[in-house]
Design a protein around this ligand. Structure first.
Ligand SMILES: C[S@@+](CC[C@H](N)C(=O)[O-])C[C@H]1O[C@@H](n2cnc3c(N)ncnc32)[C@H](O)[C@@H]1O
Length: 235
């Protein structure tokens, strides 16, 4: 019988294992600490772009009933709380969910531990939000992923998303960025262990075009160096 596995499927378990192990040190990336500390000048550029990104996402609110996919440690879950009516947050890693829960201490947030490639939304939401997740979706699962997002949205709902631009100074010192057109990358933890995970970088215009090809109306833009962000609604 033919192997039903798709080309990047062998990386998906390793990707979950990587994030489970990385959970306690994950925020060092966002807060430019430890191996991610690139010095005052670059850190200041990063902080300015984070502020720009936060303001842009705030301006897209309110979000109503919100589903956050791959919520991680809660960097954005915390922010979504003030933008969302209700908030449901999904992640494959119990370790990530544990840190998220401890950070927010908010019983009104519904957490779900699930593999997004084997999960069906139980109901529909006004907004589906995902940050730094789309780049971890294998290219051959791009269309099925957006199909899942569409099935999670009420009529008139929208997806709101954030991701990385391809830039060396966003990585850890001694880390690997990978080629611009590669679909996977090697990542190292503080203890020296290496993992290979899916990583696909999107250019804002190209992403908007691809979404248009799937029948979505999308607007995607970026901060000067580090981030892309956008919104999309089923056409
Ligand atoms: C780059 S982190 C993004 C976390 C968070 N959204 C943020 O902005 O900080 C990717 C997240 O995807 C989760 N993840 C990886 N594979 C997954 C899968 N198959 N299903 C659900 N979540 C997954 C990881 O546990 C991790 O929390």
């Amino acid at each position: 019988m033919a192997d039903p596995r798709l080309p990047h499927d062998h990386l998906l378990d390793e990707q979950v294992a990587y994030y489970r192990a990385r959970a306690p040190e994950y925020d060092e990336w966002w807060e430019r600490r430890g191996r991610f500390d690139r010095g005052p000048e670059l850190n200041a550029v990063w902080s300015a772009e984070v502020a720009e990104l936060e303001a842009a996402i705030d301006a897209m609110g309110p979000f109503g009933d919100t589903l956050e996919l791959a919520c991680g440690t809660g960097i954005w879950t915390r922010r979504l709380r003030s933008l969302a009516g209700t908030l449901t947050a999904v992640d494959a890693s119990e370790e990530m969910i544990g840190i998220n829960r401890a950070r927010l201490r908010d019983d009104s947030v519904a957490y779900v531990a699930a593999d997004l490639f084997a999960w069906t939304p139980p109901r529909r939401f006004d907004t589906v939000f995902f940050s730094f997740w789309l780049s971890h979706v294998p290219p051959e699962r791009f269309a099925p992923f957006w199909d899942l997002v569409g099935r999670a949205l009420v009529p008139g709902g929208r997806a709101v998303f954030i991701d990385n631009q391809w830039i060396e100074s966003a990585t850890s010192l001694g880390g690997r960025l990978g080629d611009r057109d590669s679909t996977s990358v090697e990542r190292q933890l503080n203890d020296g262990r290496w993992y290979r995970i899916v990583k696909v970088f999107y250019d804002p215009d190209d992403l908007a075009r691809r979404l248009g090809g799937l029948g979505w109306r999308a607007h995607v833009t970026g901060t000067p160096q580090y981030f892309i962000y956008g919104e999309a609604s089923p056409g």
